[in-house]
Design a protein around this ligand. Structure first.
Ligand SMILES: C[S@@+](CC[C@H](N)C(=O)[O-])C[C@H]1O[C@@H](n2cnc3c(N)ncnc32)[C@H](O)[C@@H]1O
Length: 323
């Protein structure tokens, strides 16, 4: 069935418009936010449990060890705001550290995925001293919405964890950090989790695991386009590929066409021709050095307060304050 403009939900219309725009680019692209439908979010949770994807465990270890210090500079009553919350397990560690202050903690969760929000709300439901508001929105829209709803008193701690910042290219990350800074008040803070540069072999295993879970996560975006935009991608005709780009210091995920083919995407109003070996670039994960993170965020108008580095998996959490 072809849905008319009035019956197609706005989110599907945006998806169709952006897919049409980005598959016309050279190289062809699909934005990584579209990897997270219900199945994509579940696959991401599985990736977090893979022995080769060490980001989640490394960051959770840092949070479990130092959550008290991380929340210390923020005044009561504290509002926590997490951008791209995933399972909500990390924000729960910080909320737990605030329990001793005997004040209620308001938590705003922002995620494009309804599944991630449901999972987080369930995780946080076990904590009696918190009230949770979920915003199903992009980072930018959700941030604006949550900032409008915050109480007049108390500090706001923005959490941008899991190296989500690494999905932005450097100019876009600068722009987004400045946008975060623009919504904050003196006394607020930002806790940023960023993955560090490490040996290429380790990076490749994290983004192209031997069980093929990351490949399924990546290919699922084609399943989503088939379902939501009535496309006819043949899943066997595309392969997952992860590559380390040493000049840009990022891992790129691609879907590579294994033969010349034409795919039709009726709800986006396009037919797309692929050469043999041509790829769709679906995600970038930039990797950083600890000092570089300080510099990047300080340039957006924050003052760095403290940094915690997990030396085995090489992951950094950095706390910035607004003066
Ligand atoms: C890599 S996962 C990380 C989840 C969690 N922060 C963690 O550390 O495990 C990224 C999360 O951000 C959400 N997300 C990705 N792009 C987004 C965007 N542009 N706007 C809002 N949410 C987004 C995804 O749905 C997913 O839950």
């Amino acid at each position: 069935m072809i849905l008319s403009a009035t019956t197609v939900p706005e989110a599907v219309r945006d998806f169709a418009r952006e897919v049409a725009r980005d598959l016309a680019l050279t190289p062809k692209q699909i934005q990584s936010k579209y990897l997270y439908d219900a199945l994509g979010s579940s696959l991401f949770e599985s990736i977090c449990r893979l022995p080769w994807y060490r980001i989640t465990r490394a960051e959770s270890r840092l949070l479990a060890r130092s959550a008290n210090e991380m929340v210390a500079p923020v005044e009561d009553p504290v509002t926590l705001l997490e951008l791209g919350c995933g399972s909500g397990e990390k924000v729960a560690l910080l909320a737990e550290a605030l329990r001793t202050r005997r004040r209620r903690v308001a938590i705003h969760l922002i995620d494009i995925s309804a599944t991630a929000l449901e999972l987080s709300e369930r995780t946080l439901g076990a904590l009696e001293h918190v009230s949770v508001v979920g915003h199903r929105a992009t980072y930018e829209d959700g941030l604006r919405r949550a900032a409008r709803e915050r109480p007049a008193k108390g500090g706001l701690l923005v959490l941008f964890l899991g190296s989500n910042i690494g999905n932005f290219d450097p100019p876009a990350s600068q722009e987004f950090l400045a946008e975060i800074r623009g919504t904050l008040r003196p006394g607020d803070a930002l806790l940023l989790g960023a993955d560090l540069v490490k040996p290429v072999g380790e990076l490749m295993l994290a983004y192209d695991d031997p069980l093929g879970v990351t490949a399924a996560f990546n290919k699922n975006v084609l399943v989503r386009i088939n379902r939501e935009l009535a496309a006819n991608f043949d899943l066997k005709a595309f392969e997952h590929r992860a590559v380390w780009n040493p000049l840009e210091r990022r891992v790129e995920m691609h879907l590579v066409s294994v033969r010349p083919q034409t795919v039709s995407i009726p709800r986006a109003g396009i037919e797309v021709a692929f050469d043999d070996g041509e790829s769709i670039w679906t995600e970038s994960s930039y990797k950083y050095e600890p000092a570089e993170i300080m510099e990047l965020v300080s340039e957006a108008g924050f003052r760095s307060h403290a940094q915690w580095v997990e030396p085995d998996a090489r992951f950094a959490l950095t706390l910035f304050v607004v003066e």
